[in-house]
Write a protein that binds this ligand. Structure first.
Ligand SMILES: Nc1ncnc2c1ncn2[C@@H]1O[C@H](COP(=O)(O)OP(=O)(O)O)[C@@H](O)[C@H]1O
Ligand SMILES: O=C(O)C1=C[C@@H](OP(=O)(O)O)[C@@H](O)[C@H](O)C1
Ligand SMILES: [Mg+2]
Length: 168
């Protein structure tokens, strides 16, 4: 089976942006699981949140992760994929999980659509609290952690390729 690379991290970490570049570099297929969720639900992510709440979004995300096969892909997951133990174990069989570790301040700079971006969080939960809660989950599933602090995209891509190929 052709190996894959699974990207995890906070919203704004660069999973979607770097994922497609990585796929081009490694001649792999690319999938953004957010798009699979939207196709499955027939509406944008924020719509699911507004109509049914954050748990419904996490549920459809788990279903999409489990219903699909990902051989030979760079997979850009959504930031909430790590809430599904089963989903993450399913993804892990295809290749290393790479955590894009971006500092909180940098994430804040990148995200200006916090309220409409479709983040699967409890309504009262602040972005800081979400960051704290998520960090342990990303670390739990990560085979490789990329420190993305003040790094340009080319050097990040090179490090991901190097680490994934070394099987670290
Ligand atoms: N390495 C990076 N350096 C600076 N900005 C970045 C980097 N990676 C992504 N971005 C920017 O951050 C925003 C969120 O990126 P995105 O790929 O959608 O993140 P994710 O899929 O992890 O939520 C985009 O505007 C993107 O251009
Ligand atoms: O972190 C989150 O709770 C989410 C992030 C979104 O993806 P990005 O991480 O690509 O922004 C999206 O998948 C999902 O609806 C929820
Ligand atoms: Mg994304």
């Amino acid at each position: 089976m052709q190996k894959s690379i699974i990207l995890v991290g906070m919203p704004g970490a660069g999973k979607s942006t770097l994922g497609i570049q990585l796929a081009k570099k490694l001649a792999l297929n690319f999938v953004d699981t957010d798009l699979l969720i939207q196709l499955q639900a027939g509406c944008p992510l924020q719509h699911i949140l507004d109509e049914q709440g954050y748990q419904a979004l996490r549920d459809v995300e788990e279903k999409v992760l489990l219903d699909n096969k990902f051989p030979g892909f760079v997979v850009a997951t959504g930031g909430s994929a790590v809430y599904s133990e089963k989903g993450m174990q399913h993804l892990k069989q295809y290749g290393p999980v790479v955590f894009l570790d971006v500092p909180l301040d940098e994430l804040r700079n990148r995200i200006d659509d916090y309220e409409t971006r479709g983040i699967a969080k409890r309504p009262e939960q602040s972005f800081n609290e979400l960051f704290e809660e998520r960090l342990s989950l990303y670390n739990k599933y990560a085979d490789i952690t990329i420190n993305c602090d003040s790094r340009d995209q080319n050097s990040l891509l090179a490090e991901i390729v190097r680490s994934a190929q070394a099987g670290v």
